[in-house]
Design a protein around this ligand. Structure first.
Ligand SMILES: O=C(O)C(=O)C[C@H](O)C(=O)CO
Ligand SMILES: [Zn+2]
Length: 278
């Protein structure tokens, strides 16, 4: 397993960051590589983001060398979204089928997790968010049809989008992890518009389903001191609790959002008026 580290920066530090430095601190690029499992350990509430693209052989997560416990999931839970072709996850020998856009909740205490593709020529593309957990909840697959769907925004303002909440108290229990997928359809531009802050939770955005020529301009920073990151398909943006997070795409796109922190209250946010942004 390949594990990078992101230490995290405070709001005052972004004033002095070059584009490269900003990207190195707040983005994880290149997580999805054929046949590989890659991860980044962040110091943002200790969330680990990961990507696995199994081909002929499954990818396995079991040992906890990088997290300081005998097993990876001894003190952690995880959500895994399949962003690619049909695949499967085996949790301590029990297999769950995971079609594209299905998710998996992996509970604390899991021993061995194996991730595989049904067809190596059209591999699954697994995206993981793992966070510290203080309770055991049963692992389970969450098919797309079982997610809670909500719609936000307005086509006339270019910010209509559909959110599916997979790991959410109204769908099934987890300790502190929340995870969902937002679709920004053809002709729409903005996500998370108007933006918000949630000082009690960090968030990671995993952008996917962008055409190779398209980019999302992701905005971050304090409301009165914003910066932007230009992201492509498969890029991850780390959003500390002090930062806004919103984006505008040059074509259709989707993203997985994952959060952890003090609570699982999706509505525990402070809206930020667009007119206050600088
Ligand atoms: O488009 C949106 O709005 C989102 O997807 C918002 C994220 O879910 C989020 O920021 C949750 O706090
Ligand atoms: Zn948010």
């Amino acid at each position: 397993m390949d594990m990078q580290i992101r230490y995290g920066a405070g709001p005052g530090e972004i004033d002095h960051m070059t584009t490269d430095r900003l990207r190195a601190e707040f983005m994880v690029e290149g997580l999805f590589a054929p046949g590989e499992l890659r991860m980044a350990y962040t110091h943002l509430d200790r969330m680990i983001v990961g990507g696995a693209v199994p081909e002929d052989a499954p990818c396995e997560i079991a040992g906890g060398g990088e997290v300081g416990t005998p097993g990876f999931f001894d003190a952690r839970e995880a959500g895994i979204a399949n962003l690619g072709g049909a695949g499967w996850a085996e949790i301590d020998g029990t297999r769950h089928a995971l079609a594209g856009r299905d998710c998996l909740y992996v509970g604390r205490g899991t021993g061995t997790l194996r991730l595989g593709s049904d067809d190596p020529a059209a591999p699954a593309r697994f995206y993981l968010n793992s966070v510290p957990a203080g309770a055991d909840h049963p692992s389970r697959a969450i098919p797309r049809a079982e997610a809670k769907m909500v719609e936000f925004g307005d086509c006339d303002r270019g910010n209509f989008r559909q959110l599916r909440m997979y790991i959410h108290p109204e769908v099934g229990p987890s300790c502190l992890l929340l995870m969902g997928i937002t679709d920004v359809p053809q002709g729409q531009v903005w996500n998370t518009q108007p933006p918000h802050l949630h000082e009690r939770r960090m968030e990671a955005y995993g952008y996917f389903d962008l055409a190779p020529e398209d980019r999302v301009f992701h905005f971050m920073g304090r409301p009165d001191n914003t910066r932007h990151l230009v992201v492509q398909d498969g890029d991850i943006v780390l959003s500390p609790a002090w930062s806004i997070h919103m984006g505008a795409g040059t074509g259709p796109y989707c993203f997985v959002w994952g959060m952890t922190g003090e609570n699982q209250a999706y509505e525990d946010v402070t809206p930020v008026p667009v007119s206050s942004l600088r």
